[in-house]
Design a protein around this ligand. Structure first.
Ligand code: G1P
Length: 295
């Protein structure tokens, strides 16, 4: 049984500096909901309630977000804003999280290893804060079912454009049935020439606890960081790793351009925003050249 999910949220968010100097990138809004709330909701809908955040000293707003804010509640109550109040209270009671500090930002692999005391000797999920999946809870459930069938680690993959491979961990796989593969090799952020396929790791993993032993043995890799992908490569020598192909849309919020694309898509789906946004965008696009020429 998978009962626990680890959410590594301690990264510096360097792709978004200076915005992330004092603000966690996981708190960036998709219109009015922070990215991290999407991830938490996905897990809850998939029936996983034990959430372990691997956090850092500059990430307190995440803790505040899932905590009770009595002053705000009082203010909303007095202002008669009942609907917002209801939503705010719901978020405060959404989870009973565990927060663990990653004292040094030594990489994603190191962050996952930090979770060991809270995870113990049982299989667990890892969800990365910068990827939102359409129908994410179905993906998580599918991964958990795959784990239950085979009893081994399962990673989520999706197809990316050939030029995008250098943004992700890339897998070489062998198909065993529709949507399920065996992982043969992995490489973290390869160049398009090095990439063995265009199947990218999309930030959802189910691990057997054996990954902790591998993480302890993992040397710094790409960017001088202890990479989760490198630990998985070590795991491949000891255990089979399965891959689960994500068929729904994948929204990356981990870099400025993809984040903006995600915000626009979510905005265009909202009736209260779409009616005003669509004509505005059409106008902007038609005047694009003028805009670019402006100082
Ligand atoms: C991490 C992983 C990478 C994965 C990606 C998904 O990279 O190291 O293998 O493909 O998340 O978002 P990051 O985006 O943290 O640099």
């Amino acid at each position: 049984m998978i009962r626990k999910a680890v959410l590594p949220v301690a990264g510096w968010g360097t792709r978004f500096l200076p915005a992330t100097k004092a603000m966690p990138k996981e708190m960036f809004p998709i219109i009015d909901k922070p990215v991290i709330q999407f991830i938490v909701e996905e897990l809850l809908e998939a029936g996983i309630e034990n959430i372990i955040f691997i956090t850092g000293r500059h990430k307190r707003p995440i803790e505040h977000h899932f905590d009770i804010n009595t002053d705000l509640e009082k203010h909303l109550e007095e202002a008669g804003k009942d609907k917002v109040l209801e939503n705010i209270k719901e978020i405060s009671h959404m989870i009973n999280p565990i927060y663990l500090r990653q004292k040094e930002q030594l990489g994603l692999g190191h962050a996952v290893l930090t979770a060991e005391p809270a995870v113990g000797n049982e299989p667990f999920l890892v969800s990365l804060g910068d990827i939102i999946l359409e129908k994410g809870s179905e993906v998580v459930r599918g991964m958990v079912e795959t784990f239950e069938r085979f009893g081994k680690s399962v990673i989520a993959l999706h197809e990316v454009d050939g030029r995008e491979v250098s943004k992700y961990g890339i897998a070489k796989v062998k198909r065993i049935e529709d949507g399920i593969y065996i992982v043969e090799d992995l490489i973290e952020k390869p160049s398009p020439e090095e990439a063995p396929s265009n199947l990218a790791i999309v930030g959802r993993y189910v691990f057997t606890p054996k990954i902790f032993d591998m993480l302890r043995r993992t040397k710094p890799g790409k960017g001088g960081e202890i990479q989760l992908t490198d630990a998985m490569r070590l795991l491949l020598d000891e255990e089979v790793i399965y891959a689960y192909k994500v068929q729904t849309r994948v929204y990356d919020t981990g870099n400025p351009v993809d984040y903006l694309k995600t915000v626009f898509e979510f905005a265009l789906r909202r009736e209260d925003i779409r009616d005003e946004l669509v004509p505005y965008l059409q106008e902007v696009i038609s005047k694009q050249t003028q805009l670019i020429d402006r100082p």
